[in-house]
Design a binder for this molecule. Structure first.
Ligand SMILES: O=P(O)(O)OC[C@H]1O[C@H](OP(=O)(O)OP(=O)(O)O)[C@H](O)[C@@H]1O
Ligand SMILES: Nc1ncnc2[nH]cnc12
Length: 172
């Protein structure tokens, strides 16, 4: 399966999770062995060569970053929603396309100077990835690059992330 075919497995769901939002559902892609492998391999190629560690954003980002980390021989730091981590280095509150959210970085895993690649499924407003970059930088790590499967151009996440290296497999 080629990359275009794999990305065609993403389904558009109108008015989820609230009216007016066109939700991009990656569940069929994740469930398709060939499609998932194709996307993971393509995403693995977007990781900057000097990357030492990947950061994954809960929950859909976990799926992708763990597979990309395996493909690239990199470990993964799990950036989690509140209440999950026993030892928290940093916490941040931010806005989403549909509401507000918070994320936490675990203590002791993304140390000062570490070159970290951020992996997620969808770049919409950029709030989630920007929050993740801020968490990493507050901990002293450096963001090597940002890799996403899909970028929603109308929401202009790139503006929120200006000056950062962003690689997306699909711009919609
Ligand atoms: O660019 P943004 O506007 O911040 O939106 C993108 C984020 O929204 C979704 O996560 P969500 O918080 O819905 O969580 P999930 O992965 O647990 O479904 C998606 O997985 C991205 O992380
Ligand atoms: N429209 C959308 N579809 C899927 N995930 C999203 N995260 C933020 N906006 C999204």
């Amino acid at each position: 399966m080629d990359l275009e075919g794999a990305l065609d497995l993403i389904v558009e769901v109108p008015d989820f999770p609230e009216p007016g939002v066109l939700f991009r559902d990656l569940a069929p892609l994740f469930a398709h062995a060939e499609g998932f492998a194709t996307v993971v391999n393509a995403l693995a190629e977007t990781i900057e060569p000097d990357t030492e560690l990947l950061a994954a954003v809960e929950a859909r980002g976990f799926m992708l970053a763990s597979a990309v980390g395996y493909a690239r021989g990199l470990g993964v730091v799990l950036v989690r929603k509140p209440g999950k981590l026993p030892l928290v280095a940093q916490r941040i509150d931010y806005a989403l396309e549909y509401g507000t959210a918070s994320l936490e970085l675990p203590a002791g895993v993304a140390g000062p100077g570490a070159r970290v690649g951020v992996v997620d499924d969808v770049l919409a407003t950029g709030g989630t990835v920007d929050a993740t970059c801020q968490l990493l930088e507050r901990a002293g790590a450096e963001v090597a690059g940002i890799s996403v499967v899909m970028e929603l151009a109308a929401l202009d996440g790139r503006a929120a992330l200006s000056g950062r290296k962003i690689r997306s497999l699909l711009v919609a």
